[in-house]
Structures are given as C-alpha cells and as structure tokens.
Design a protein around this ligand. Structure first.
Ligand SMILES: *Cc1c(COP(=O)(O)O)cnc(C)c1O
Length: 365
C-alpha cells in the first residue's frame, strides 16, 4: 500500500499517560493526572443533565449546523451566526484550516514551541513550515511577520501559548494583524481564553469584525470542562467559514456535545468559579517555585511550565512514581522543564509535597 508521501514526516501525537495505565504499571491506587490541562472541577451539572435528557434521541443524526448552539453562542458574543463554525474539539478546526488553506508550495508560520497540531496538520498538506523561536516564552510577532512572504497562507498565534502559558498583549496583536497582508490568515488560538486574568489580553472579537483574514478559536474542553465531548468553535468572516464548511464532515459535532455545550454556556458562574480557583492554586505553585528558585513562565492558563534543574524525563518519572502524571518538557520541546496542570487544592498540596522532596534529592549527574 502507498500512503500519502507526506505522512512519513508526521509525528504521531503522544497523549498524556492515562490514569489506569499508570495505576497498573506502578501498582499505585491513587493517581492524579495533571498532564492534559483538564478541568479539575469537572463540568457544569446542567451539562450532565442535558446529556441524560438527550439520550432518548440517539437514533437521530445530529444537527450538522449546530443550529441551537450557534444561536446561543452568537447571542452570547453578540455576533452574526454566519461567523461561527463548530468542530469536534478546536483540534478539528486546526485540521480543517490546514486542509482548506494549505497545499504543497504554500507556507505556514508558527512559533517554536507551540501547540503541535499546527505543524502536524501542515506536514500532511505538504506545506513549507517556518517555526519562529519564542522570545522569553512569548510569540515573537515581529520575527514571525518577517517570515511572511507571498506564499504564506496561515500564521498561527497561540494566545495564551501552550506549553508556556504566556500571552501577547492586545497592543502587540493589534499591531501585528494590521501589518500582516490581508490575504494571509491569522489564527488566534484562544483555547484558554476563559482563564486569562491579565488586563492586557486582547479582546479579539472586534478585531475579527475589522480584519476579514482573522480567525479566533475557542473551546468547551478547558474551562467549561467538556473535553470528553469534543466541542470547539471558530469565529471568522463568512468567507472563511464557507471555505471551512467545504472541508467539514457533515456531522462533525454530535448531539450530546451540542446540548451539553449549550447548557455549559448558560452556566457562566461555573466558568468564573473555576477561573477564580485556578488563580488561587496557581499562586501556590508560583510561590513555591520562587521559594525553590525554579524558573517558570508566567501563565494565564490552567497549566504552568517550570524548570526542574535536572533532566525533564527524570523529573517526570519521579512524579509518576509518586502518583502524579505531568508532561515532560522533553516531549514538548522544552528540555529541563515540566508542564503541570493546575489541579484543585488537594492536588496542589500533593504536587508541592512531591516537588519539595524531589528538589531535596541529590542530582543523579
Ligand atoms: C487543548 C488545546 C486545544 C484543543 O482543544 P480541543 O479539546 O480540541 O477543543 C487547542 N489549542 C490549544 C492551544 C490547546 O491547548
């Protein structure tokens, strides 16, 4: 069999280790997963109730246009319904954007390091990939702009960036989109939008109204706590939405995720409360890093990337043996660092205990 030639270059996504595997492999009974930036407080009870009620209609195909969710989200943001597109997680929107806008000979620009799906979907399409190093953990938008040429189709800006958690300010973003040629897509991936507290963070929707080449991606997976259901969305000019609809599968989002997302959207109190608790726990992490003299990147998300002063895999294994799954910086392109999701108060306490005991251990080399 002969697969598409570009596939041999595509890295296979390595997910965070599942809890059950770790329990079995290490013989542990208590394991905490702080590897995939999931919401430690679950999701709104309204979302669960909506799913139970929707169970009576499993024989029926979903509404391919997500009409009810579309209406509510358009009202929520006060935007036109035609400016929304839904995906099986915002991951699928990344895939659809690459599918619709990249081909051999086209160029795509992204940060190094950033969310890996921008690259892997571009490799499949055979596009030329330009990775621009972060500056102090933040997208270097001027350097990215310098890489834009007549072949460029997409510039990815992950804001806040995964895995550093850092943001570009509204001034930086506004200046950047002003300078990017109007036929080049700029995608602002705002998966952690609801967690951001920094007042310098851009309000990107007015920019979408002003710049028809701008796409904003958001998701129900993170602060809404619906990662299992896969529901993400894009906000963009109608022309872009129309092109994405050409590559979209007719029933890409399912009925259960649509109803759950609608209810979750109504429960803004839940989202606000999760963000509030997230900042409280985040402070405990950063206080401890300062006390221990470990560098970290200031994070506007529900995860943080910090220095471990030893090999990342060694630190990862230390936490794993103590029942906590994290992300090794080696797997993320950040050697010497570990990425950890901000859990609830109890999980933070446990994490910080293990961190202290690790730091107290002599280095192996
Ligand atoms: C988690 C994440 C996503 C994907 O979220 P979905 O679950 O697919 O909606 C997209 N971008 C970034 C930067 C993320 O961290």
């Amino acid at each position: 069999m002969i697969p598409k030639q570009s596939l041999s270059q595509v890295p296979v996504y390595k997910p965070g280790k599942p809890i059950e595997d770790v329990k079995r492999e290490l013989g542990l009974t208590e394991v905490i997963k702080l590897a995939s930036n999931e919401n430690p407080y679950g999701c709104s009870p309204l979302a669960k109730e909506a799913i139970v009620n929707a169970m009576d209609h499993l024989a029926i195909y979903p509404d391919g246009a997500s009409r009810l969710l579309r209406e509510e989200l358009a009202t929520f943001y006060n935007i036109d319904e035609n400016h929304l597109i839904f995906g099986n997680g915002s991951d699928e929107l990344v895939l659809m954007l690459s599918r619709a806008y990249l081909e051999p000979g086209s160029r795509v620009i992204m940060a190094d390091v950033t969310f890996p799906q921008y690259k892997s979907t571009a490799v499949v399409e055979g596009a030329e990939i330009v990775e621009v190093p972060l500056k102090d953990g933040v997208h270097d938008l001027d350097a990215m702009l310098n890489q834009v040429n007549e072949k460029t189709r997409i510039v990815w800006v992950c804001n806040p960036n995964n895995p550093t958690g850092t943001i570009n300010t509204s001034e930086e973003i506004a200046q950047f989109v002003e300078k990017v040629p109007s036929n080049v897509l700029v995608v602002l991936d705002e998966a952690y939008y609801e967690y951001v507290v920094d007042s310098q963070y851009p309000d990107s929707l007015p920019l979408v109204a002003k710049y028809p080449n701008l796409v904003v991606l958001r998701t129900f997976s993170k602060s809404y706590g619906l990662a299992a259901l896969r529901m993400g969305y894009g906000i963009a000019a109608k022309e872009i939405v129309d092109n994405l609809n050409r590559v979209r599968e007719p029933f890409n989002t399912n009925s259960l995720s649509q109803v759950a997302a609608r209810e979750a959207l109504r429960d803004q109190e839940f989202v606000t409360e999760c963000s509030r608790k997230n900042r409280i726990e985040m402070k405990r992490f950063t206080d401890k890093f300062e006390e221990l003299g470990l560098h970290y990147y200031p994070s506007q998300t529900n995860f943080i990337l910090f220095e471990v002063k030893r090999d990342s895999d060694e630190a990862f294994t230390y936490f794993l043996k103590n029942g906590i799954i994290t992300r090794s910086g080696n797997a993320l392109g950040c050697p010497g660092y570990l990425r950890v999701t901000i859990g609830d108060a109890e999980q933070t306490t446990r994490f910080l205990e293990i961190l202290e005991s690790m730091v107290a251990q002599p280095l192996q080399n």
